[in-house]
Design a protein around this ligand. Structure first.
Ligand code: DC
Length: 234
């Protein structure tokens, strides 16, 4: 059976996970957050005390880290060597480490294999940096989601404040710029818009508007004729 795949790529803070989660719920698709997989790998390296510059150490760590995903009440959970680490991967420290270690080919190969398997067996909305360009080049829908850097920093700050963390907007913006640069300029599968992706700037859009647009694009690409599971919820 041919499953319907929706790929959403874009820089940090563009709203990918919010949008992808909401669209997946509307369509009855599985949401796959690939950043969480890379974050689990980074957490493993941090716990082992492997510095991000130690490429060989990270390569070896790839063989020791078993990363799998499971779903609880429809929510993705990340398991690292059998332990649920979903609650530990969202810190800025893990985010920065993730951006640094995700430049290495063994890390990317490991994650890509896992992601391709998931997409081959279900209707998925997958978000990340290289999904439309590299992981799922044949996805029926590809979206490149972005927003102004300042707006992305404001969104990130709100998220962190809601978690009770005190932060500085300029520092968050500088951090986002640095991470974007690394993600866009790395040698292996850098973040860029796929040629056949639809570009959506969410700076002045609310999440509902973005989800509507994505669903409209998916319908145009034939979703109503196949792949779709929850037609009555659309
Ligand atoms: O989406 P996120 O902030 O959780 O991603 C964290 C880092 O993981 C990001 O800086 C780059 C890396 N990443 C990647 O290289 N490829 C992906 N498909 C997803 C994330």
């Amino acid at each position: 059976m041919q499953y319907f795949n929706i790929a959403i790529d874009g820089p940090a803070g563009a709203g990918k996970s919010t949008i992808a989660k909401a669209a997946a719920a509307r369509l009855g698709f599985i949401y796959v957050d690939t950043g969480a997989m890379y974050r689990a790998m980074a957490l493993f390296a941090l716990e082992k005390g492997i510095p991000p510059e130690d490429e060989e150490g990270i390569r070896k760590a790839c063989c020791q880290a078993d990363i799998t995903i499971a779903y609880e009440d429809g929510k993705q959970q990340i398991l690292l060597n059998g332990k649920n680490v979903s609650g530990q991967i969202r810190t800025e420290q893990v985010g920065n480490m993730t951006s640094k270690i995700s430049v290495y080919l063994p890390v990317r190969k490991k994650m890509t294999e896992l992601q391709q398997k998931l997409a081959a067996n279900a209707n998925v909305i997958m978000d990340g940096r290289d999904i439309g360009t590299f992981v799922l080049p044949n996805a029926q829908v590809k979206i490149y989601l972005t927003a102004d850097t300042r707006i992305r920093a404001e969104r990130r700050m709100k998220e962190l404040e809601e978690k009770g963390q005190i932060c500085n907007l300029d520092e968050i913006e500088a951090d986002i710029k640095e991470r974007d640069y690394r993600d866009m300029h790395r040698e292996h599968s850098p973040l860029k818009q796929a040629e056949d992706a639809v570009y959506l700037d969410t700076s002045r859009m609310n999440p509902e508007q973005v989800v509507e647009q994505i669903i409209a694009i998916a319908r145009k690409q034939g979703l109503s004729n196949g792949g779709k599971e929850n037609s009555d919820t659309l």
